[in-house]
Design a protein around this ligand. Structure first.
Ligand code: PLP
Length: 434
């Protein structure tokens, strides 16, 4: 173990890799807490922060954020169960997603969550009928997810102003007054809109927030429903690539406080929700791999590691013409001078399994540990973990200087346990074959 090795809360990555094996995701609760608190401090009190489990559905990550005060935005039955078991109060949970099944809708009703975010008029009808059948006395609280007519700028993945499977088109909401009035088993609390992800400019987020709040006011007036909750999404990004810069949080806070302040003065009782995944968890996570081979091909240096895009598809840098790299560090000897560019690949049998291309690093030798920083969001959850049957990696959380396993590594037995072997070898089978 080298004295200069990278550390998390005093523990060396070298020691963590020895104890838990590689590939490995490591989450730092100090960073999780500081990120949450920083956001909390700059938002007005009327805004609740909900954690989107999609970014990292690990139950301990959810529980940690929940303990800091975050609610949960879930999009599947499993995520709902995760949030509840993580200790998030039902009143601080919302469920959204374009294709909820009846069993998921029923679970929302049973759990008594803050709101089901409905994404179509048909879904509203089905939920209304389901509540009627269950004979619950209370109407089920819902938010209308609106697909706004306006578009947005500055997002890596923009929503709004486009045909989408998400939400109800703004015009259709305007025309739904009678339909909604007939759905007596539902109570419309307000409006939800999500304008996209990876916003890195505060002006875009503030602009979206203002547009959504004004849309919500307008729709509520039009439909004649009180405005009890507005979820204005968020989509805050983190800088991954060297051409990006992190959000200016002070400017974001000032802009949101202005916008929200004016709205809350008109609607003092309205609960506002900002729902965020990436921003809350990305910077807290590191993907740790061990170099297996270091080789040259036609003048280029390759590090072939024990994990790759099967656990960290996002590092491929989808959507950009120029290949950009996530921040990569040599975890055993981070302070040594860089010697040459290395292309970091994984063990998959596909040329696309490239975690970073030509990234300058200190000398890498087989057995060395490398870390991809800012990897706490959309890692395993957004990756083809079953490719080549490697399975998903271990996940470890470092809290108060102590490392705990929060997800076991998949074993071969885990992977095979769900498969069924047909016996083609019996004599009877062979005889029956023409
Ligand atoms: C994916 C998603 C989120 C979380 O997005 P981040 O960019 O990770 O914050 C929030 N709301 C909705 C509707 C989403 O689809």
């Amino acid at each position: 173990m080298s004295a200069g090795a990278a550390r998390i809360q005093g523990l060396t990555m070298t020691a963590l890799a020895e104890e838990f094996g590689t590939p490995l995701f490591v989450y730092d609760t100090d960073v999780l807490r500081d990120t949450y608190r920083r956001l909390r401090e700059l938002l007005p009190e009327t805004v609740d922060v909900f954690y989107s489990l999609k970014a990292n559905p690990n139950i301990s990550v959810c529980a940690f954020l929940g303990a800091q005060g975050a609610g949960a935005e879930v999009s599947s039955y499993a995520e709902l169960v995760t949030a509840l078991r993580a200790g998030v109060a039902p009143r601080d949970i919302i469920f959204l997603g374009p294709g909820k099944d009846p069993h998921e809708l029923a679970a929302c009703v049973d759990a008594g969550i803050h709101a089901v975010v409905c994404e179509s008029l048909e879904e509203l009808r089905r939920l209304d009928a389901l509540v009627a059948r269950r004979g619950t006395s209370e109407p089920c609280p819902v938010l209308l997810r609106v697909n706004p007519s306006f578009g947005t700028q500055g997002s890596g993945l923009a929503m709004g102003g486009k045909p989408r499977q998400f939400g109800i088109d703004e015009d259709a909401v305007r025309g739904a007054k009678e339909t909604l009035a007939r759905l007596s088993h539902l109570r419309v609390l307000g409006v939800h809109a999500y304008m996209g992800t990876r916003f890195l400019h505060h002006g875009d987020v503030v602009h979206n927030t203002a547009e959504i709040l004004s849309l919500a006011e307008d729709l509520a007036g039009h439909l004649g429903v009180p405005l009890e909750t507005v979820d204005f999404g968020g989509g805050l990004g983190v800088a991954y690539f060297d051409n990006e810069e992190d959000l200016d949080l002070d400017a974001l806070g000032a802009g949101i406080r202005d916008t929200v302040g004016a709205f809350s003065a008109r609607h003092p009782k309205c609960r506002l929700i900002m729902e965020l995944g990436r921003f809350l968890t990305a910077t807290a996570g590191t993907y740790v791999v061990r170099a297996r081979y270091v080789k040259q091909s036609m003048g280029e240096w390759f590090v072939v590691a024990d994990g790759g895009t099967n656990h960290h598809m996002a590092a491929v840098g989808i959507g950009s013409f120029v290949r950009r790299n996530f921040p990569v560090a040599h975890l055993d000897r981070p302070a040594e001078p860089t010697v040459r560019p290395y292309t970091l690949t994984g063990p998959l049998c596909t040329p696309n399994d490239v975690i970073a291309k030509r990234v300058a690093l200190p000398e890498v030798r087989p057995g060395d540990l490398l870390g991809v920083a800012r990897s706490g969001a959309y890692g395993p959850t957004a990756s083809p973990g079953l490719f080549l049957s490697h399975g998903f990696p271990a996940e470890v959380m470092v809290h108060r200087g102590r490392a705990r396993l929060v997800r076991e590594r998949d074993t071969t037995e885990d992977l095979l346990a769900k498969q069924r072997l047909v016996d083609f070898g019996s004599a009877a089978d062979r005889a029956a074959t023409p």
